[in-house]
Design a protein around this ligand. Structure first.
Ligand code: Z5A
Length: 203
């Protein structure tokens, strides 16, 4: 069985990742490609439970505790969904992945970036990302789309300076060639077309 393709969409809040993951899955299905749509943190029951705990404002984990929770969710997700789907020849579309950890816990929270990269590498070493796209929308635009930050979500209560650092982190990964930037400030249909064009290069 030929290994499936692994596609990741990244971006700040309100960049349109969730909408575009769904559009991409539908576009690939229309081409006869079996696509699995999933997300981080989450995708499988244990990781979804970790997600609820991570985002819960009741808890105040420090940056390292938060990092380990994202990693634990990732490992479970990888083992239960991503690797089996890829091995079965399916194309996996994942809403956020390792790049978010570098951006949020590294650039955002200040955890050592090389340490995060080492943890990411050890956690996901069996999975190779074929293309990772950054939906480029500045944080202020993303939050405006959503009608403001969701104060019921612990991550979103970080303030605009936190999200500016995260955005800068994603841009640095684009400059390093780890992420492919897509202008996502334009209409949804135009963004979807740019994404499909980029993805067709790896199918
Ligand atoms: N996180 C982390 O810190 N470390 C990690 O390792 C990982 C994650 C994996 C949960 O992620 C949190 O986890 C997140 C990062 C952190 N924290 N924060 N803050 P999430 O992906 O579930 O949460 P999110 O980024 O907040 O998702 P979101 O707000 O739902 O954004 P989105 O998926 O990018 O956007 P959307 O839902 O598709 O669209 C938002 C709205 O914009 C909606 O009304 C759309 O109709 C509209 N929209 C979409 N596209 C457009 C365009 N092109 N024009 C105009 N309007 C649009």
């Amino acid at each position: 069985m030929k290994q499936g393709k692994f596609i990741v969409l990244e971006g700040v809040e309100g960049a349109g990742k969730t909408s575009q993951c769904k559009r991409l899955a539908a576009a690939l299905e229309a081409k006869g490609i079996d696509a699995v749509l999933t997300r981080e943190p989450g995708g499988v029951p244990l990781a979804e439970r970790l997600r609820a705990l991570i985002l819960d404002t009741e808890y105040t984990p420090d940056a390292l505790t938060e990092l380990y929770m994202y990693m634990a969710a990732r490992r479970e997700h990888l083992n239960k969904i991503i690797l089996p789907a890829l091995a079965a020849g399916k194309t996996v579309i994942c809403d956020r992945f390792t790049y978010s950890t570098v951006a949020y816990q590294g650039y955002g929270r200040g955890v050592d970036i090389e340490f995060i990269r080492a943890l990411n590498a050890e956690t996901v070493k069996a999975a190779k990302v074929d293309i990772a796209l950054f939906l480029d929308v500045p944080p202020a635009v993303g939050f405006a789309r959503k009608g403001g930050a969701d104060c019921g979500d612990r991550m979103e209560s970080g303030g605009i300076a936190f999200f500016e650092r995260i955005y800068d982190g994603f841009k640095a990964m684009c400059a390093a060639g780890e992420l492919v930037a897509i202008d996502a400030t334009v209409g949804e249909q135009a963004v979807a077309e740019s994404i499909l064009k980029a993805v067709e290069g790896v199918l």
